[in-house]
Design a protein around this ligand. Structure first.
Ligand code: WT7
Length: 685
């Protein structure tokens, strides 16, 4: 408590930071406060609440000046004209748009690689790669990474990929994945990484939407001891997309020998090319394509409330400045750190905090190919010790699953190198937080519980580990330049201790600029629900000390193991099954995954329920979306609770799914209230 100070003058404007700066509020025993050690804070970039408040205040008073100062630390071929930001977030005043540093000319790949090499980091390790199998590993220095990126960039140019063209990347966590991203960025191509757990149909859907010039993949990958033939999935996707009128001329395929030899890979001459046969022949230097700060950097598809995935579009300059800065402060980055984020580059976390954010800081990044529990539940800590990892960033679902296996898998390893822990993807429950803090971090490492989204590009609410005392389960306070507001149903901002819908006032440089090909959906989904604000889709409460507590999605999106899945997508996969007439999907609490997928299914008239049918319904979802979206439970539903106008009442389904049967509420508005009793009766069939 004594490290806290009173609020500096003027900070009264920051309503979200009310009582926390007042020592007496913190002295109350109601909440558990976990302070960073004096040793940690004294060496931290932001060592105290007071320092945080000073910086935060400036970022809010003068966002353009604040972010311009930071942006100046990067290389710009040509500086942006003033003002640094131009935006309209209010749908009542016209179309929504956000522009940061527009007119500034730069390249993010240059800033990740060439700039660091020129600054003397050429021999520093950029990537430590750890393979799935014990003992398989490799490293690349910044100079070597630059050379590899240039070779691939030259190849892509040679096959006709130009600035603004899309390239789909479907790769597991090989070094070639960040290499491919950086090569696209180098030539101004727009990468769209598709997580290599998505099905052929999902991949085809994305290919049809963004019409890539090339697809980059590999023949196979080993998950645990089992090889998965990725190239077969890509072949099926390319056949599917061609049937929908989008054909791709080039499929560059990396031969991942540890999983499969090229001889056993199916091949289409003329379209398919082995990476190893062509890329190494190209020169190791490649001129940069200079792009505008507002030129697109990547597209990343994510789930929403309808069946069609949304192509979240991020641009170059603001994203660069924002990911670099959030990485640096939220993890209190030091040049000597070895950083490991367990996320796959197929998700936004892997974009912002495996590739761009860390490499813009010249960090040494660990990339791990395999599963976190292979060959056993100690693998993560084995890797931490092997590479002396200092910053470890993962999802609560992994923390919870390792916690279940027992402390012995953790304590068997030293973990002395660890300094900062991170959490992302879903709320971390206090008991998992405490286990992570006490057992994994030996009560020594602050936890950065970073709240953000695919759309936000980088962290919006996150602890700065040296600044604030933490409360287990709270993402704490906004990052610099971010103004979270909590609104009620009517969109009215609520002050002080409260809960409601989490919105953001104003823009930040890392914000997405549109949904690819559908700006109207962008405005409708994010800016129309609460005019004047960006709506996150999350519920949030703020306690008396101003700490933020995220409470999960309030829309039709489920968060399974930190993976975002739209209920509509799962429903559409289920109803595509010839014997399924109707489906309604809700999320239920799940001990390890956070949320599980619970599907109510009505069969076609006359079709009997069977275990076999259950399996084939689950299979339909695996095939259409991917294994990670497989329903945990199929609940046979002769009928679904609908209003007289035919709308499914999900509120009731959620209560039935979680067996909160005494909380069903009013069912009298249902067209046929008896379906509820029927469903309850069938609950455990
Ligand atoms: C949704 C965004 C952003 C990277 C991974 C997921 C949930 C994310 C937290 C957190 C509570 C969190 C939210 C958000 N979420 N981080 N620290 N605490 N909830 O990205 O797939 O775009 O999902 O994940 O519900 O809206 P995403």
């Amino acid at each position: 408590v004594d490290s806290l100070t009173t609020m500096p003058s003027g900070a009264g404007k920051i309503s979200c930071l009310n009582a926390v700066v007042l020592g007496e509020a913190l002295a109350s025993e109601v909440d558990e406060l976990v302070f960073p050690s004096h040793h940690f804070s004294s060496q931290a970039l932001v060592p105290s609440p007071q320092k945080y408040l000073e910086i935060y205040q400036r970022s809010i008073d003068d966002p353009a000046g604040f972010w311009s100062d930071i942006a100046s630390q990067f290389y710009w071929k040509q500086k942006w004209p003033q003002p640094a930001v131009s935006e309209n977030l209010d749908v009542r005043e016209g179309h929504v748009y956000i522009e940061w540093f527009k007119g500034g000319i730069t390249n993010i790949s240059y800033n990740c690689l060439d700039r660091n090499v020129e600054a003397g980091l050429g021999d520093k390790v950029a990537i430590y790669w750890e393979g799935n199998d014990l003992g398989s590993d490799a490293t690349l220095t910044y100079s070597q990474l630059l050379q590899r990126v240039c070779q691939l960039a030259n190849y892509l140019k040679d096959v006709g990929v130009k600035k603004g063209d899309a390239v789909v990347i479907y790769l597991p966590m090989l070094m070639e994945l960040p290499i491919a991203m950086l090569a696209c960025a180098r030539i101004g191509a727009v990468h769209s990484v598709v997580f290599a757990g998505f099905s052929a149909e999902s991949l085809a859907q994305r290919i049809v939407d963004c019409k890539p010039k090339a697809v980059i993949t590999c023949n196979a990958v080993k998950r645990g001891s089992k090889p998965i033939h990725l190239k077969d999935i890509v072949d099926a996707a390319l056949t599917g997309s061609a049937q929908q009128g989008v054909s791709v001329d080039v499929c560059l395929t990396y031969e991942n020998q540890s999983a499969m030899m090229r001889e056993s890979t199916k091949w289409q001459e003329g379209r398919d090319v082995w990476w190893q046969d062509v890329v190494p022949k190209y020169p190791t230097t490649c001129d940069v394509e200079w792009v505008d700060a507002e030129d697109p950097l990547f597209l990343l598809y994510t789930s929403g409330s309808t069946g069609k995935p949304k192509g979240v579009l991020h641009t170059t300059g603001g994203y660069m400045v924002y990911t670099a800065t959030t990485f640096k402060y939220a993890f209190d980055y030091k040049p000597s750190d070895v950083y490991w984020c367990t996320a796959d580059c197929g998700w936004i976390t892997g974009h912002s905090y495996v590739t761009y954010g860390p490499m813009l800081n010249g960090a040494s990044v660990l990339v791990y190919e395999g599963a976190p529990n292979y060959p056993d539940s100690g693998r993560c800590w084995d890797i931490v010790d092997k590479y002396k990892v200092t910053i470890f960033y993962t999802a609560p679902t992994l923390v919870r699953s390792l916690m279940r296996e027992g402390d012995q898998y953790v304590t068997r390893y030293s973990r002395k190198s660890l300094r900062v822990l991170g959490s992302v993807g879903e709320p971390i429950n206090p008991s998992a937080w405490r286990w992570y803090f006490n057992v994994v971090g030996d009560s020594r490492c602050p936890i950065s519980d970073t709240w953000w989204q695919t759309e936000t590009g980088g962290f919006l609410i996150t602890p700065l580990p040296g600044a604030w005392p933490q409360k287990p389960g709270s993402a704490t306070f906004p990052f610099f330049g971010v103004q979270p507001v909590i609104v009620d149903e009517k969109g009215v901002e609520i002050e002080g201790e409260c809960s409601g819908y989490l919105c953001i006032k104003g823009s930040w440089p890392g914000a997405f600029r549109t949904l690819y090909g559908d700006h109207e959906r962008y405005e409708t989904t994010y800016f129309k629900p609460f005019p004047g604000y960006y709506f996150s889709g999350d519920g949030c409460s703020r306690d008396k000390d101003g700490y933020h507590w995220l409470t999960g999605r309030v829309d039709d999106v489920i968060n399974v193991s930190g993976h975002r899945i739209g209920t509509a997508e799962v429903e559409s996969a289920l109803v595509s099954h010839p014997q399924c007439a109707e489906a309604a999907v809700v999320g239920v609490e799940h001990e390890v995954k956070g949320q599980g997928i619970y599907a109510f299914v009505t069969l076609v008239e006359g079709v009997p329920y069977s275990e076999e049918l259950r399996k084939s319904l689950v299979l339909a979802v695996r095939q259409q979306i991917g294994a990670f979206a497989a329903p945990d439970k199929i609940h046979w539903a002769p009928g679904l609770p609908k209003t007289r106008s035919g709308k499914i009442m999900r509120r009731i389904l959620r209560k039935i799914a979680s067996r909160q049967l005494d909380e069903l509420g009013d069912t009298s508005t249902l067209a046929d209230p008896s379906v509820v009793d029927q469903l309850i009766e069938l609950a455990d069939h």
